[in-house]
Design a protein around this ligand. Structure first.
Ligand SMILES: [Zn+2]
Ligand SMILES: [Zn+2]
Ligand SMILES: [Zn+2]
Length: 370
């Protein structure tokens, strides 16, 4: 909220003692003070209107603008007593119904299908990369590697983690698995996706919860394997074959320095690792030719280069910042899967493809050995 206009601030103080002096200083209000005041008014009116999603949004804005803690507490207590609107979250009953391991199916078809640009065979998009150092890969068995020694072993590690996460979602209050685009996210009531907040909601009822242990192990694995530090975790729930995640780039926050002695800020590198748990997701990776991308279009007719990749349960996909600049990614609902043969159409029809994705946004300073 930007505050417009001007304001007057009074700094008032009273000294001690019998000869107390009242000092009043009149000055022009600072911009920060005005926007805090405007935010305070927005929070109060959201409390009066009593709509869940706008109150939630105003609370997090108020925290950023340092509105009085007592007012934020009052608003937070009010939010906790409210229910989000029907259809904007996955109810416990629906979680129980949809998120069952037995619904997991594995569609057949090629692991990777590439569609070249329709505009021109010589299109620069068809080269496959726009700059050196781009990385995007699917790795099978990553979840088993990450959970080695953590998952008890009676069932497959991905099944164990899937069931643990569904159990944790059922233990969280109604409304914590909320709709975001074509899928649902599990977070705490503040919708905070920092690793601490995510692990916090998984361990709220039980410090020793399997879900907490599993996600901690995935974080450790991610940091070890890629040399990054995990800064955000997104738990995506895909309850049925209609769920999807539209094409997008990941947004990486402003990187922090690696430490007080760090001199390698120019090597800052960010990336994303996603794990599929109990779901086969078809990921569409597409070249993009906007100003941020290094790809050049071949002309008006350019359709870019599309790569369809399967991420089956237990696998991971990793991509880095240069790749993210030059491509978009998304995961497709079953009606638009790229399945090359007629036989595979049956697989689309019968496949229910339910499951979870856990994606970790990571940043780090890549240690380069030159
Ligand atoms: Zn993404
Ligand atoms: Zn450094
Ligand atoms: Zn083209």
């Amino acid at each position: 909220m930007g505050a417009v206009g001007e304001g007057i601030a009074l700094d008032v103080s009273v000294s001690d003692g019998a000869q107390a002096v009242l000092a009043v200083k009149v000055r022009r209000a600072k911009k920060k003070e005005l926007s805090k005041l405007a935010q305070e008014q927005a929070l109060v009116s959201a409390m009066e209107r009593g709509r869940y999603s706008s109150l939630l949004a105003q609370i997090s804005r108020s925290k950023m603008r340092k509105v009085e803690a007592a007012l934020i507490d009052q608003a937070s207590r009010m939010l906790k007593s409210m229910q989000p609107k029907e259809g904007t979250f996955l109810k416990h009953k629906e979680l129980n119904h949809f998120m069952k391991w037995k619904h997991v199916t594995i569609p057949s078809g090629a692991e990777e299908v590439v569609q070249l640009c329709d505009g021109s065979a010589d299109c620069p998009c068809n080269v496959g990369s726009a700059q050196p150092g781009e990385l995007c890969e699917v790795l099978s068995d990553s979840v088993a590697d990450a959970l080695h020694g953590i998952a008890p072993g009676q069932v497959a590690p991905d099944q164990w983690l899937f069931q643990a996460l569904v159990k944790a979602a059922l233990a969280a209050p109604e409304g914590c698995v909320w709709k975001s685009g074509g899928k649902f996210l599990l977070t705490n009531e503040d919708r905070n996706q920092s690793p601490t907040a995510i692990v916090g909601v998984l361990e709220r009822d039980n410090q020793e919860s399997a879900a907490g242990k599993g996600i901690r192990a995935l974080v450790a694995h991610t940091e070890q394997e890629y040399g990054y530090r995990v800064t955000a975790i997104q738990l995506n729930f895909h309850p049925n074959h209609k769920s999807s995640h539209k094409q997008h780039r990941d947004i990486y926050g402003a990187g922090q320095k690696g430490g007080i002695n760090c001199t390698c800020s120019f090597m800052k590198c960010t990336g994303t690792v996603c794990y599929s748990i109990g779901s086969s997701r078809q990921i569409l990776c597409e070249t993009i030719t906007d100003s941020r991308s290094k790809y050049e279009t071949c002309g008006e007719e350019c359709t870019g280069r599309k790569t369809y990749k399967w991420m089956h349960s237990g696998s991971a996909m990793h991509f880095n910042a240069p790749w993210n600049n030059n491509h978009t990614h998304g995961d497709l609902d079953a009606s638009v899967w790229c399945l090359p043969s007629v036989a595979d159409e049956t697989s689309r029809a019968v496949s229910y493809n339910r499951g979870l994705n856990a994606s970790k946004r990571v940043w780090g300073y890549v240690i380069l050995y030159l």
